[in-house]
Design a protein around this ligand. Sequence first.
Ligand code: HEC
Ligand code: HEC
Ligand code: HEC
Length: 393
Amino acid sequence: MKGIIAAALLLIATPAIAASQVEEGRYQAVLGDCAGCHGKDLSGGIALETPFGRLVTPNITPDRQTGIGDYSPVDFRAAMKTGIARGKPLYPAMPYTAYARMPDRDVDALFAYLKTVRPVRHAVKVNQLRFPYSWRFLMRLWNLVFFHPGTPDPANHTAAWIRGEYLVNGPGHCGTCHTPKNMFGADIRPELGGALLQGWFAPDLSGDPRTGLRSWQAADVAGYLKTGRNGHSIASGPMAEAIEQSTSRMRDGDLAAIAAYLKSLPAPAGSGPRILPDVERMKRGASLYRVNCSACHGLDAKGEGPLVPPLTGNAVVRQDNADTLVRLVLAGSQGAGTRWAPTRPAMPSLAWRLNDQQVADVLSYVRGNWGNQAAPVAADTVGGIRAALRGGK
Ligand code: HEC
Ligand code: HEC
Ligand code: HEC
């Protein structure tokens, strides 16, 4: 009798368990930002320009011919955690090196969720890399040399830190953009130390007072990730996308955990000496700033409420690498729009108004003024980015 009751209870409970597993899986897809690379409907086709050529993301809807409808849960775990998709080694542009940290329970939930999305018939030619990178089997060697998943020792850390460390280095794969890479595309130190990607610079997230997040409170970090802006900065480019698709949809507790972890990162040893700008350049830059920038950003560069970011204490301004900055001034940009802060403030393109030397001068001024201490920008750097933008990159 007891057995029958238990069996009946199980029958009633199973759909509920399945439904909550799908819900949990949906959240795992948010944490991992699958849509960021595989597209909003997950049917792939988004081109990723890598230093090795182009990879186009595959279809991961449950379509049997062109998607992952034929995957078993075991196949899916192997793809997510070892980078081997049904016997085929994946390129690490798919962040399995980070997803390897995810517990099987969460990967299984994610798979259960993926089974429920609308199957889309969409065949994609993934591998458009240059020779010899197009030789997929080389990735087995890559894994042998560079892929060593591990978990830090949780001793002496708070629950929030442990969760935050896991989210940043696991499903959130923040290092995919923020950690510098070697010539084989593998992570190098300093972790989260800032890196260049597709013409944008993903800033240093360490506690470095000049280039990092030292001047941000934990609440500033969480607010930026949730709404796309805070008193220091407004996200644009690839970060605006990551915020819209992923971090703005994360639970508040998870954002607080990420902030706690990032704020615990120390400044790297021997970080940044003060760089003195040259006086003549500063004068030229100051007058260019007055004419071209101050109407919006203010003469004191304090910005304008939630719509125009300040240029003081702004880490985008202070990074060693000025590519993002040059790109912003030449091409303009549109800030993130989230449920929490829907207007998308725009910075106009000034490429038509300023020549390379003028852009270099005004940015050198901005980078060397109001307590900012970043190196001047060369006119050649501006010329290179202007050419790349013209080439449609
Ligand atoms: C940073 C971009 C990026 C993100 C984020 C990303 N992927 Fe991928 N994914 C790729 C690329 C690129 C490939 C193709 C790699 C290859 O074929 O070598 C891929 C391949 C895959 C494959 C293998 C498909 C096959 O059979 O060839 C699966 C499964 C997959 N991704 C699932 C996911 C899931 C689930 C998420 C979210 C948790 C996710 N991906 C997030 C870029 C990404
Ligand atoms: C697709 C690449 C990409 C991913 C993934 C990504 N970021 Fe970013 N991030 C950027 C770029 C580019 C910027 C600079 C944005 C700008 O210039 O407005 C940035 C800016 C930031 C900033 C502001 C830094 C500053 O000093 O202004 C924070 C904080 C941040 N990211 C945290 C994260 C966290 C946490 C994650 C993982 C959950 C993450 N990012 C994932 C590309 C990325
Ligand atoms: C018409 C108003 C306007 C003018 C003129 C303008 N900006 Fe902006 N700027 C904005 C807005 C709005 C944003 C936020 C949009 C975004 O981040 O995508 C912004 C963003 C920026 C950022 C990125 C800050 C961050 O936190 O991401 C920098 C740097 C910047 N502007 C520098 C300049 C410089 C230098 C000039 C002059 C050469 C200038 N701006 C002229 C409105 C303006």
